[in-house]
Ligand binder design. Structure first.
Ligand code: COS
Length: 380
């Protein structure tokens, strides 16, 4: 067993760290405040290769492993979790899903634009009545020979307005339950497709989250991903990898909050000494450090499982469950270490505490991760 990163991994991590500090840190507080999408920054991330890291080079992707992706996600998330969720959805849900399950024509037409950041993608599974209970899709895609007609509503869609291409999950044959579900590539400009109002969120406020409405949208048959009825498996397989990305995001939020708390505790004085010299604060720092390292091991284990073509459903779910709890705990404690300043926007940690919460909710709530984990350990 070797816990060392390769030179290439270190290079990618450092490039992401530099980008985050130089390009994302300036303005991150204002973007959160005004709910402003990081348009220019995401464009640059595309140019630097951060938007399609794991996709095949043949289609403009970086051809990198999941460990590289996780390292970059962690660094970007330390500074700006709004930018990292855009990156995460584009990389691990949209590009990976298309690269792995799309056909040559679909990849040439869509993936080549998504890997370079020229276009942005969105993943549309959740509905008003089907978030955790994902098999209960109410959006319908009725087969009309050479095309499908799509009707329904999707909720809480990351990149809702910014995206150009949407991977949409819908029910074609209700009798067949989850085996009658399909996944489609839908273009923004198609008639009958409407973008609902932007959600006013607690955290990751720089990302744009919308509901989407499909009114008799005509989807050509060649835009279905995989065989008829493959849609639910497509969603589950794609989300299993997506969860590793969100676990890395949680790890980054925790790491960012911890680094700020450590720095502040060495500067701020109380009772005649820096507050890190008080055991009450020193022990908080120790607990934060240990939990972040434990989360890192779980996240890396899941990434390595994915890279080794193993089954990463269990390790990805464990990584997300644990890292998202650590992000919550560490960011709350980081606010506490900062005292009154922690409650003020200028010090960043209150934003990180707000951003952390969503990692326990999206791409499968913590309760869903426990379903995945418990089924896996009980059924083997
Ligand atoms: N990979 C491949 N196939 C999978 C899978 C996975 N990770 N997980 C489930 N499946 C398959 C099952 O094998 C089953 O297919 P078969 O009938 O052919 O065996 C099918 O999917 C249905 O699975 P299951 O019976 O376990 O479905 P449930 O309704 O019990 O739901 C959970 C399973 C809860 C795990 C699933 O609905 C889920 O992940 N929900 C959360 C979805 C989510 O993350 N929402 C957030 C939206 S994205 S921000």
């Amino acid at each position: 067993m070797d816990f060392k990163l390769t030179e290439e991994h270190i290079m990618i991590r450092d490039a992401a760290r530099d980008f985050a500090n130089n390009e994302l840190l300036p303005g991150v507080i204002e973007r959160d405040d005004k709910q402003e999408f990081p348009t220019e920054q995401i464009k640059k991330m595309g140019e630097l290769g951060f938007m399609g890291m794991m996709a095949s080079p043949e289609y403009g992707g970086g051809g990198m492993d999941t460990v590289s992706y996780v390292l970059a996600m962690e660094e970007i998330s330390k500074i700006d979790a709004s930018a990292s969720v855009v990156m995460s959805v584009n990389n691990s849900l949209v590009c990976w899903g298309l690269d792995t399950f799309g056909n040559k024509e679909q990849k040439e037409k869509y993936l080549t634009k998504l890997t370079t950041g020229e276009s942005i993608g969105a993943f549309c599974l959740s509905e008003p009545e089907a978030g955790s209970d994902a098999t209960s899709q109410q959006t319908t895609a009725i087969d009309h020979g050479d095309h499908y007609i799509l009707n329904g509503t999707k909720n809480w869609i990351t990149n809702g307005r910014t995206a150009d291409f949407y991977l949409v999950i819908a029910q074609t044959d209700r009798e067949k339950k989850h085996k009658g579900i399909n996944a489609f590539i839908v273009e923004k400009t198609w008639e009958g497709f409407e973008i609902g109002p932007k959600e006013n969120k607690l955290g990751i406020r720089g990302s744009d989250t919308h509901s989407l409405v499909f009114n008799d949208v005509k989807v050509p048959k060649e835009n279905r991903i995989g065989e008829d009825g493959f849609g639910f498996k497509f969603a589950m397989k794609t989300l299993a990898g997506g969860r590793i990305g969100i676990a890395a995001q949680a790890l980054g939020i925790a790491g960012g909050a911890y680094e700020l708390a450590l720095k502040y505790s060495k500067e701020r004085k109380a009772f005649g000494t820096e507050i890190c010299n008080h055991q009450a604060i020193a022990f908080k720092l120790a607990d934060m450090h240990v939990s972040i390292e434990a989360a890192r091991l779980l996240v890396m284990k899941a990434a390595v499982d994915k890279d080794n073509n193993g089954n990463y459903d269990l390790s990805g779910a464990m990584a997300k469950l644990y890292a998202s709890q650590v992000a919550m705990d560490v960011s709350v404690e980081a606010v506490q270490v900062h005292g009154g300043n922690g409650f003020v926007k200028d010090y960043h940690v209150e934003r990180m505490m707000r951003d952390a919460k969503i990692t326990q909710i999206y791409e499968g709530t913590s309760e869903i991760q426990k379903i995945v984990i418990s089924r896996s350990i009980i059924n083997g």
